[in-house]
Design a protein around this ligand. Structure first.
Ligand SMILES: Cc1cc2nc3c(=O)[nH]c(=O)nc-3n(C[C@H](O)[C@H](O)[C@H](O)COP(=O)(O)O)c2cc1C
Length: 225
């Protein structure tokens, strides 16, 4: 646990529509965790106008102004305090969090570009990973991370022999390449299957199940704090 007082969650939300089911999951997560005594921070990427495109603007005083080497500049900025304010704000939220939840629709078998870009810019080499610090020595060790996804396809299409293939395989790049790589524990994802076309009763069921899952995670996290 990283916080001495109440544990903290960071909800990173990536859907452009405020009435989407991903937004309903975000609100449910916030309510449940606050009720359990947690502090909750929300990075609402579309609403905040988060820029997901890594580039020279990520660094206030680059070590090489003539050629952009992103990892080298990330390390330099991490060391010298030269991260752009929007990147630094998100890094600090990430570092404060005991639990990180990505809430998003599944787009093209992966994360929406705005969320992938958040990772590109915020998982800063030399601070969030790198210099030999990955996996069990990753700087984010002790934190737990979870995907909360909505899909268009039904659960049956994401099984091993199904039309879309095993969801666990599709999500490996997130669970292993982002969460575990930086030292976090990758929790089982929560998936609201076919959220776009599900009826009200099914959606209510998803919201109840999500609240129950988070309440359980919250009580485990509070015990460990
Ligand atoms: C750009 C785009 C890509 C999508 N790719 C997938 C996909 O790979 N798998 C899937 O099951 N649904 C896919 N969908 C459907 C969304 O996951 C689905 O509409 C969403 O989860 C339901 O919530 P919403 O209608 O509130 O966005 C895609 C939708 C869009 C717009």
């Amino acid at each position: 646990m990283t916080s001495a007082a109440s544990p903290t969650a960071l909800l990173v939300h990536a859907h452009p529509e405020p009435t989407s089911f991903a937004a309903a999951l975000r609100d449910q997560a916030e309510r449940t965790l606050v009720d359990a005594g947690w502090s909750v921070e929300v990075s609402d990427l579309y609403a905040d106008g988060f820029n997901p495109v890594a580039g020279p603007g990520d660094f206030t005083s680059p070590s090489d102004p003539h050629r952009l080497h992103v990892q080298r500049e990330q390390a330099h900025a991490a060391y010298s305090g030269g991260l752009a304010p929007d990147v630094l704000r998100e890094v600090e939220r990430l570092e404060r969090a005991d639990l990180v939840v990505f809430l998003a629709p599944l787009w093209w078998f992966g994360l929406p570009a705005i969320l992938k870009g958040w990772v590109d810019r915020v998982f800063v080499y030399g601070r969030v990973y790198g210099n030999g610090l990955t996996f069990e020595t990753g700087p984010l060790r002790g934190k737990r991370a979870m995907l909360a996804l909505t899909t268009g396809g039904p659960e049956s299409s994401y099984s091993e022999g199904g039309m879309h293939g095993d969801l666990g395989v599709l999500l490996h790049s997130v669970h292993h390449g982002m969460f575990r790589f930086t030292g976090m524990e990758a929790l089982e994802p929560f998936v609201a299957w076919g959220a776009g076309w599900a009826d009200d009763a099914t959606r209510e069921g998803y919201l109840d199940a999500f609240a129950a899952r988070l309440a359980e995670l919250a009580s485990e996290g509070s015990e460990a704090a």
